[in-house]
Design a binder for this molecule. Structure first.
Ligand code: CA
Length: 363
């Protein structure tokens, strides 16, 4: 009996040993497997700030994975045009993309919620909502039918209201105003009696110079000074009511992501998180320097939008967000989630961030 038991035990142990070495072999071959991905973007190659985030992402992933996941970044038009990034990644022509969700409202209107909505969350609040308030889960649910997994991939912080060649003293001055302002902000301007137009970044300077448009919004001092808008516009208005904390996105083809071993998936997640924060840090530093240069070196006139105008634009925005929420059940759930988060964040930030900014200014 003992002999039989001993034989059985030996067989069992040998069996275990075999399966152990088998799983070690699988792990070893997995960790040696390398992947080469294409990342397409909606930005010109190496564009300051916005276009550097995907480059940083690729560099970080290569370093963390010791070269097991190599990602090649393509500027807009190099592999696919800017506005075909979503489809290219959805269909697997490229494994990844970098852009902004509000470019894809033609696919699903609710995509607007995940970049920025007028009078919505600022950058800090967007990050809180996405990562700890259920926002990212809703975003992933929305993109699931397109075979995509989204990640937050950068944030510029509060933008500027834009460059104007017409003074804005009341809502009357918005009437007939020809302004380059895309997305929901543009719809608000149109509803307020203005004319919103969409013009590519590279053509904005000439459009403003020749009077094709009266006003434009781009980003904030760091990006705007590089395009020279101060040379062709009289006033630089604030605050950026239309884009208070725009989140950029990294999107990954779902099948491509599933093909990665767990550790590479964790590296992708961690690198996205790092790049998302890094862009905000960069804008926080560079906007300050650029604003000083615009005002002190170039004599730019800063103007605050009048309270009456802000108040009216806010009313129109609230109305439009309600219409957007009515688009679908999921749109309604996203709208309710972000609205509840904003209500609480506004109350707490009134006695924290906002109160502190006031306190810091007091002499
Ligand atoms: Ca903008």
């Amino acid at each position: 009996m003992r002999i039989i038991l001993a034989i059985l035990m030996t067989m069992f142990l040998v069996g275990c040993g075999d399966s152990d070495s088998q799983s070690n072999t699988i792990q070893a071959s997995q960790s040696e497997q390398t992947f080469e991905w294409k990342l397409v973007t909606t930005w010109p190659k190496n564009y300051p700030g916005l276009g550097l985030a995907p480059e940083n992402f690729a560099t970080k992933v290569a370093a963390m994975s010791a070269g097991r996941l190599k990602i090649k970044v393509y500027g807009a038009g190099q592999l696919v045009p800017a506005f075909e990034v979503f489809d290219a990644v959805s269909q697997g022509t490229a494994e990844m993309g970098h852009g902004a969700s509000y470019y894809w409202t033609g696919k699903s209107k609710a995509a607007a919620f995940f970049t920025s909505v007028p009078f919505g969350l600022n950058a800090q609040e967007m990050n809180g909502w996405l990562h700890y308030g259920g926002g990212l889960e809703l975003w992933r649910e929305l993109y699931d039918e397109f075979n995509l997994v989204p990640y937050a991939g950068g944030n510029t912080g509060v933008q500027m209201a834009g460059w104007f060649n017409r003074e804005i003293n009341s809502m009357e001055d918005i009437k007939g105003l020809k302004m380059r302002i895309p997305g929901m902000g543009g719809d608000v301007i149109t509803r307020a009696g203005g004319i919103s137009v969409t013009i590519a970044g590279g053509e904005l300077y000439t459009a403003m110079q020749t009077g094709v448009i009266d006003a434009l919004e781009w980003v904030s001092p760091y990006n705007d000074i590089a395009l020279g808008f101060h040379q062709v516009a009289k006033y630089y208005y604030y605050p950026g009511w239309h884009e208070p904390g725009p989140t950029l996105e990294l999107i990954i083809n779902k099948d491509a992501l599933a093909s990665l071993p767990d550790d590479l998936q964790a590296i992708v997640e961690t690198a996205a998180r790092a790049v998302n924060q890094d862009m905000l840090d960069e804008y926080t530093a560079r906007n300050n320097e650029a604003l000083i240069s615009l005002v002190e070196t170039h004599g730019v006139q800063l103007r605050k939008l009048p309270d009456e105008v802000i108040s009216e634009l806010r009313s129109i925005s609230v109305e439009m967000l309600e219409e957007l929420a009515d688009d679908s059940d999921l749109s309604r759930r996203i709208a309710e989630s972000v609205k509840a988060f904003q209500r609480q964040a506004t109350a707490y930030h009134a006695i924290s961030e906002e109160a502190y900014y006031q306190a810091r200014k007091q002499k």
